[in-house]
Design a protein around this ligand. Sequence first.
Ligand code: IPM
Ligand code: MG
Length: 374
Amino acid sequence: MDYCIEVSKAKFEKIIHEQIERVLKLRQNTESIDFNKLDKIIIGVAPGDGIGPQICRQTVDVLKHILKDESKIIFHDIPGLTIENRMALGETLPKDTLCAIEQCHVLLKGPTTTPQMGSGGKNLESANVALRKALDLFANVRPIKVPELGIDWTFFRENTEGSYAVGSQGIKVHEEVSIDFCISTRIGSERIARAAFEYARKIGKKRVTVVTKANIIKLTDGEFVQACKQVARAYPEIEMDERYVDIMAANLIDPAKQASFEVLVMPNLYGDILTDEAAVIQGGVGTAGSANIGVRYAMFEAIHGSAPDLVAAGLERFANPSSMLRAAIMMLNHMDFTKHAARLEAALDQSAVVMDGTQGATNQAYIDEIMRYL
Ligand code: IPM
Ligand code: MG
């Protein structure tokens, strides 16, 4: 049997070098934006695939309305981030598209389709994942609120490392043996922990829960916990506790425990899974927005995918745009347009139009209602 050991070793060696290089670059990445000092703020808009163009356009309509008196704001269309364009070019993130995104101060992005391995055509990496890595958007912030259950959670998901870092560079050692990699770095874990603790301090939360599976995934998850403990020392007023991801998933649906969690911080894959679960507790994945924050760049999106099934069935008018609208609220806050953000949030919280899959209102009816509140 040919186990390709030499080829596998060479691939592994390449990954090691790339990760060392990445960590060295992270240390130099310090140039942030002060939005109050800008004369122009460029919001890039990449509508994406599937239901993306529709819910993205509706969100931009709402944003244009809410920001109509703000002469600093410029919307900039970024058309290249579609599955058709990416497949035609054979690139996850076409260079000119990335270049256009880098000219913006923030990016509002609709969901993008990721071809699954074996679905024919080129096996492209997820555009989301590629963008998060290319722009070093290390903090994936996902708020979930259900006031009637006392739920007010903010997830801080590490967004550039863990099982996602080299998710498309696993090694097929042999027909019967495949190996993937999970990566954690001290600087990567510390900066997401600091983001979580800073946020907790800023809004007066008293508890940060660190979620891993460090009893089994000893090294990468173990190091993540150590980094969080180190960071926690600078925040003595905040209690840090730990949960393993399996019991965390159980606790999130336990009525006796739900209200006690506040800020949660975790490696990439656990954050992906738990935030979908949490979104369903809030009313569905269509109700949850997501901010991807780095030092210089920030991208705002829905937490869900492009829903190709809905589009294939001709039912995209039932796609819930509130995920994108929640992302837009986070974007406004990020840009220091906090009053506009609060207005939009109030409109969403008060809206009487209920979206409930194909049983509920259409997204345009929902948007019209939101516009009336504004
Ligand atoms: C998310 C999504 C993405 C992820 C997909 C679309 C690549 O599920 O933002 O949670 O896995 O991170
Ligand atoms: Mg997800």
